[in-house]
Ligand binder design. Sequence first.
Ligand code: SAM
Length: 224
Amino acid sequence: MDINYLHRELITTEDGSSSLKLLDVEEQYHSIHGARNESLHIYINAGLKYWSDKAEVHILEAGFGTGLNALLTLQQKSSQVIHYETIEAFPLSMEEVVMLNYISNMDEESKRKYYAMHACMADKIIRMNEHFYFRKRIDDIRKVALPESQYDLVYFDMFSPDIQPDLWSESVFQKVYRSLKNSGILVTYCAKGDVKRALKAVGFELESLPGPQGKREITRAIKR
Ligand SMILES: C[S@@+](CC[C@H](N)C(=O)[O-])C[C@H]1O[C@@H](n2cnc3c(N)ncnc32)[C@H](O)[C@@H]1O
């Protein structure tokens, strides 16, 4: 089935935070049990905090989408320097971005930064503040070339393997594995058997961690 990834609508998840839903298939950008809670649990707590002792962290996010993971990463109060790179094939329009409620209670400066991340289409590095550098590439994770041994942390946040099985394949994971430094980690909401087998096949060591509300397990994969 041909899915139109631009055919989507706004939803509100159970923690009150917005998300988007694809209209051609049963698939949301986040858990219906809480977009914000899910992002914090998986990408911040099981991912970024894993490296809380590190002065500088290089992050790759597969699937920028609503920018929620990037926003939550930017909001972490720490002196750590973050280099955030993200890849997105089907960016949101500004009409969609302004409907999301992530920044409604934030100051003008934070709002400006969130919109700047969405507006950034030209593959250039933006300095958000002295601790946060941002780069977004409009590209396909299957085709994009990634640098070798560059990242400490990968947020792997693609649509589910039921919808896009080829994005959870050994060929994509191999490329991501090579792009990580030794001991680097990949975190994802997905704990499906096939996905775990593909991660192991390219060399990752896996940890299953408790999931957020509505999800039993999530996966952290470590490059040894
Ligand atoms: C589950 S959503 C999550 C997005 C995001 N992390 C967020 O918090 O909103 C998956 C994202 O991957 C993007 N995507 C789908 N296929 C892709 C591909 N081949 N390459 C890169 N991004 C893709 C989608 O457009 C969508 O934004």
